[in-house]
Design a protein around this ligand. Sequence first.
Ligand code: AHR
Length: 306
Amino acid sequence: FGVSAYAELPKLKQKDTYKVGFAQTESNNPWRIAESKSMQDVAKTCGWNLVYTDAAGSAAKQVADVESMIAQKVDLIVLAPREEKPLIPAVRKAKKAGIPVILIDRDVDPKLAKVGVDYVTFIGSDFVDQGRRAAEWLVKASKGQGKIVELEGSTGSSPANNRKKGFDDVIAKNTGLKIVASQSGDFSRDKGRQVMQTLLQAHPDVTAVYAHNDEMAIGAISALEAAGKKPGQDVVVVSIDGTRDALTAIASGKMGATVQSSPFFGPIACETARKYARGEKIPGWVKVEDKFYDKSNAQANMADGY
Ligand code: AHR
C-alpha cells in the first residue's frame, strides 16, 4: 500500500456540503447496523447529504446501487464492497464519471484493482492479523491440541479470505491442532447455527470452533447446546467482531474470546474525505486498530459492544 497517486484520481472540491453515497452490503447483523449508524450519524456533522443503499446481501444489487449513485452525480462514494471482485467494474465506472471512491470495512482484490489509481484508500482492519490473533489465543487455550470447525464468512469477501488465511497459517504450524471442517456460514447467525448443526453430525468429537464473526459463533453455540454439548467447556469458541452478545457470552463462559473488528468508520471516513478535498496525502490503507476480549476484560468492556 503506497500513497494515493492523485494525478490519476478524480478530485473532491472543498465545499460545506456534499452529496455522499454510502453503499452498504446488507443489514442482517448488529455489526452492519452499527456501521450504518456510524455513517448516518457522521453525515449530520460532516455536511454530508447521505444517499444510503442496502444491497441486501447481493453483490449484483450493490453494483446497481453504485451505478445509481453515479447517475445521481454524488460528489463521493463510500463503499463497503460485499465481495472482493464483483464491485471492481463499478469502482472504475465511478472514477470514469469523475467521482472519487473511498472503500471502508472491506477491500477489493488488490491484484485486480489499484489503490491510489482506481480508488482513494481502504479504511479498515487488518483481517489477516485478526485471524492470527484468534488462532494464537486458541493455541494457548487448547494447549495446542484439538479438532477445530471453522465457520467462514461470506464467500469471496475480503474478511472471509483474510481471516481464514491468518488463522489457518498459525494452526498449520501446530501439529496437535487440526481444522477438521471449514465451511461458509455467510456471516449470519442462523446460517452459522445450521452449518454447525450439520458439521457436528460428521465431527461429534470437535473441541473448538473458530467463527469469522460473532454472529456465526453465537449460532454455533446454539447448535452445540442443542446437541447436548457445553460450549466453553466441551468446545471452546473463538471469533471476531466484539458485539454485545459476544461479550456477554464471554462473561458467562460460553465463549472464549473475540477479536474486535470496529464498525465505527463514520468519523474516520469524514476526516479522510476532508483531507482528500484539501489535497493532503492519504495512505493507501487507513488502518483501524482492534482490541481483544476474553474473560479477563469482557465484562469490564461491555460498553464497547454494539
Ligand atoms: O466486513 C466485516 C464483517 O462483515 C464483520 O465481521 C461481520 O460481522 C460483517 O458482516
